[in-house]
Ligand binder design. Structure first.
Ligand SMILES: C[S@@+](CC[C@H](N)C(=O)[O-])C[C@H]1O[C@@H](n2cnc3c(N)ncnc32)[C@H](O)[C@@H]1O
Length: 91
């Protein structure tokens, strides 16, 4: 499995979807996996999902983990849960 590492470091926790969209399209083919080690509100994951990529996200702050989880499950609901997704919980 090839993981395409895309580091997008900006100061706010959530950023406009156009930023990760551009990077993902440029750096990760469809079906590839995007890795965001500073997941924040999960915008990179949401956009990766919409673009047909898998993703792995790591986030230090529990509030942002919860926020990203809600956003991603919300998006999965919209997509009728057609794509299998596992989200690791805190050990
Ligand atoms: C600018 S935000 C990232 C935005 C995010 N990529 C998005 O799609 O919305 C940076 C995040 O990195 C997290 N962070 C900082 N240091 C970290 C670390 N050592 N490990 C994991 N997450 C970290 C912060 O809590 C913050 O939520």
């Amino acid at each position: 499995m090839t993981i395409f590492y895309i580091a997008l470091i900006v100061c706010a926790a959530a950023f406009p979807q156009e930023i990760p969209e551009l990077c993902i399209k440029a750096g990760c083919p469809k079906g590839g996996t995007v890795f965001d080690p500073f997941f924040g509100a999960g915008t990179t994951g949401l956009v990766a999902m919409r673009l047909g990529r898998d993703f792995i996200g790591i986030e230090l702050n529990e509030k942002y983990c919860e926020m990203s989880r809600k956003r991603i499950y919300g998006e999965l609901g919209k997509q009728n849960e057609t794509r299998p997704t596992r989200m690791a919980e805190k050990p």
